[in-house]
Ligand binder design. Sequence first.
Ligand SMILES: C[S@@+](CC[C@H](N)C(=O)[O-])C[C@H]1O[C@@H](n2cnc3c(N)ncnc32)[C@H](O)[C@@H]1O
Length: 253
Amino acid sequence: MTGGSAARKTGDDTFVFRIAPLRFTPFPIDLASMFPSPSLRGALLPLIVVLLLPLLGCAQEQGNTASNEDTDTASVDLSAPSPVTGSAADTIDSDVPFVESPQPVVNKMLELANVSENDVVYDLGSGDGRIPITAAREYGARGVGIEIKPHLVEKARKNAKNAGVSDRVEFRQGDLFEADLSEATVVSIYLLPTVNMELRPKLFRELKPGTRVVSHDFDMNEWEPDTTWESDGETVFLWTIPEEPPEFVNLDE
Ligand SMILES: C[S@@+](CC[C@H](N)C(=O)[O-])C[C@H]1O[C@@H](n2cnc3c(N)ncnc32)[C@H](O)[C@@H]1O
C-alpha cells in the first residue's frame, strides 16, 4: 500500500474523526472488519474514496495544494481534495500510511514493554518520532526510529531537538525491512496485519531472546501475545522473543 495521510490532528490527542464518518460510508465495504483499527480506518478512508471515485463516474481533476506538513498533521476533511501529495518526498513507496499513535497509547506501549534507561527502543515506521522521543524523555532509554519518508524523518529530528533528547534519539531514513535490528531490546510497531506478518520472521531472525515487541492495534496471528491491553478502541499487544523460534515461524521467509 502506498500513500495515505494522518487521520487526526497533532498537538492534541483528539480523534478528529473515527468511527462515525465511516458508518455513513456510501460504499458497500465493511471497513470495520477489514481494518479493526479505528485509527488506520480513518487514515485509509480518504484513499478508498479517491480510488472509488472513477468507478462511480464522478472522477474529476482535483487540485492538490497540500504540503508535506499538511499531510503530517491535518485532519481529514472528506469534502476536501485528496490529501495524498505529489511532492518528491511522497514519491517513495511506503507499506503503511502515516497515522500517529495517540500519546496515551505510546505511553502504554512503553509501559507494557517495561522500558528503562537500559533499553534501546526501535520504532519501525517512526512517523513524527513520538515513540523513540517518549522512550528517551520519560524512561531515559535510547531511541532509534526507522522511517521511509524523508520529510517525516526531518520532522522527527526537529521534534527530538525540541524535546531535548537529540543526544539519545536517532532517526534513520530507510526501509524497515532493510534495517539491522540486532541491537534493539524493545521494538515498537504500528503497521498493518499483512506487514506484521511479513516482518515476523525478521524479528525472530535478528532480535535477541528476551527482546520485547509491542504493536499498536495489530497482532501476529499464531504468535500469542504475553499481554493484550485494550481501551477506547485501541489495542496494544506485547510479545517477548523466546530462546527458540516457534515452529510456525519460517525464518527463511
Ligand atoms: C501508522 S504510522 C506509525 C507512526 C508511529 N510509529 C506511531 O506509532 O505514531 C506508520 C509509519 O510507517 C512508515 N513506513 C511505512 N512503510 C515503511 C517502511 N517500509 N519502512 C519504514 N517506514 C515505513 C510510514 O511512513 C509511517 O510513518
